[in-house]
Design a protein around this ligand. Structure first.
Ligand code: SAH
Length: 472
């Protein structure tokens, strides 16, 4: 299985910096299903080509408990195309061997990583049941000029007709990371025999690598469906999340995290995070979720508390997670700290088994960003399926808004807020939820409190009935 990538950007050998692979060396890497070799068949200032050659361990694969081979008939291992064609294995190898280039990171040439350069990718053998038309529908909207050569089944017997195998050349002027993410997602889309087990983690990978282009691709529905092996519930979830992560909405919600402007004069954000941290500590939680973690301000506080052994931040926005990752200096954390913290993309609108089994969850200034039908989905996702012992949830108290000097009367604190509740509205919602799902609830004002309008933030602490013993 061979993929080559060439550039004529001058000096062309700089592509070696982006790939983190020296043009003069041949390197080999062990991967789960064989070996990946990287080398440069040509390396001049005018043109440079890197080759990724996969040597798949066919014998090893047949021994895998749920290997693809041998499932259908006894000779399957001997007639399989897996070792020779571009398949989902190639995506795994790209992610492992070219990981920094895939995510556009380059220490030596950061500007080049962000620059569109002339690139040409050649896939020596690519299977595609849907034929040339499908190949064009997938790659042309992304700006590729595509050349395909279809192979016949057997040169000695031309009458047998054409095979489903193509040699494909893709040309585009784009960032190397774009080319790699397109290949990462679209090769498994063409591969009908994906080797991987499809679950929520695959949705995460798909949305991460499709972040800046998939939602706008005219074939996004069929890409998602094929990538997730036509599994309808996962496909629906991924398509819905793809709409949730619409870049414009994401931008707005990130800014929403900075409604700080209104709340800053009273230092509300800091007080709120402090009170939430105390509530989480008090309930005795060791494993905690921060749902809608945004840029990770609460996560940073939680990391300082040794009581929390496992801390998970989830957000629907990749951009927010990227910022959190950077602000927490995740890459530079000592190993034992790294083990305590995990960030992943996900939506509170969808049941997600990664959220089950935690002691506590914080949902801080998130619910007011959801339309009411989505809030209804969140209620079940959080209180019925994730079902932590304790939920600490905050939202603005609308009554207090008259106290903010820099907020026009009748306006919400941020334009992305779908609602802001009075104390009564919040308490009756929270009481209804706790009765429905078997929790007890207490309410706590946060920030400067006045008799008439209460405090700017309202916090509810929900405790699962029967688990009160865990509260100290
Ligand atoms: N909790 C953070 C951020 C609050 S802003 C803090 O207190 O600073 C609201 C956050 O909720 C944003 O980061 C937004 O991306 C996230 N969000 C909005 N809808 C979501 C959903 N359905 N699932 C998960 N996160 C969501």
């Amino acid at each position: 299985m061979l993929l080559t990538i060439s550039t004529t950007h001058s000096p062309a050998t700089d592509i070696g910096y982006l790939l983190h692979k020296h043009p003069a060396r041949m390197q080999s890497f062990k991967i789960a299903f064989g070996q990946a070799h990287v080398f440069y068949p040509e390396a001049h200032a005018e043109r440079c080509t890197v080759a990724l050659l996969l040597d798949i361990d066919t014998v090893g694969l047949t021994r895998r408990p749920h290997g693809r081979f041998g499932e259908n008939f006894a000779l399957a291992p001997y007639v399989s195309d897996r070792p020779y064609v571009a398949s989902s294995f190639l995506s795994v190898a790209i992610a492992q061997v070219f990981s920094s280039a895939l995510s556009s990171r380059s220490k030596e040439r950061p500007e080049l990583a962000e620059t569109a350069i002339p690139l040409e990718a050649k896939l020596s053998i690519l299977p595609c049941q849907g034929g040339e038309q499908l190949l064009r529908r997938l790659f042309e909207p992304l700006g590729y000029k595509i050349t395909v050569e279809r192979h016949i089944l057997d040169a000695q017997f031309p009458a047998w007709g054409e095979s489903r195998y193509f040699t494909v050349t893709l040309q585009n002027t784009c960032r190397l990371s774009e080319l790699l993410t397109h290949l990462y997602v679209l090769i498994p889309v063409l591969d009908d025999e994906k080797h991987y087990w499809v679950d929520e983690a695959e949705i995460e990978k798909l949305l991460k690598h499709g972040e800046n282009w998939l939602a706008a691709h005219p074939e996004h529905e069929s890409i998602v469906r094929r990538y997730l092996k036509h599994l309808r519930p996962l496909t629906n979830q991924a398509l819905a999340q793809l709409c949730d992560t619409d870049p414009q909405q994401t931008d707005e919600t990130i800014q929403a995290a900075e409604e700080a402007q209104v709340e800053a004069p009273i230092g509300l954000n800091e007080v709120r995070l402090q009170r939430v941290t105390e509530a989480l500590k008090q309930c005795g939680a060791k494993r905690v979720l921060d749902l809608g973690c945004g840029e990770g301000k609460l996560l940073r506080k939680l990391l300082h508390e040794k009581q929390f052994e496992e801390i998970v931040g989830m957000d629907v926005s990749h951009r927010a997670l990227k910022i959190a990752h950077e602000r927490l200096h995740y890459d530079r954390l000592p190993e034992n700290e790294k083990k305590r913290l995990r960030l992943f993309q996900g939506s509170l609108n969808y049941r997600d088994k990664r959220l089950a089994g935690y002691d506590a969850a914080a949902v801080i200034e998130v619910i007011e960003h959801l339309d009411l039908p989505r809030l209804a989905a969140l209620e079940r996702v959080l209180f019925e399926f994730a079902r932590p012992w304790t939920v600490v949830l905050t939202t603005p108290n609308r009554e207090y808004n008259v106290q903010f000097e820099n907020l026009q009367a009748g306006r919400f604190r941020h334009k992305d807020h779908r609602f802001e509740w009075t104390r009564d509205e919040f308490q009756s919602w929270a009481t209804r939820i706790s009765e429905r799902f078997g929790y007890a609830v207490t309410f706590h004002p946060i920030g400067p409190t006045t008799e008439d309008v209460g405090a700017p933030t309202q916090m509810a602490v929900f405790t699962q009935k029967g688990q009160e013993k865990h509260i100290t």
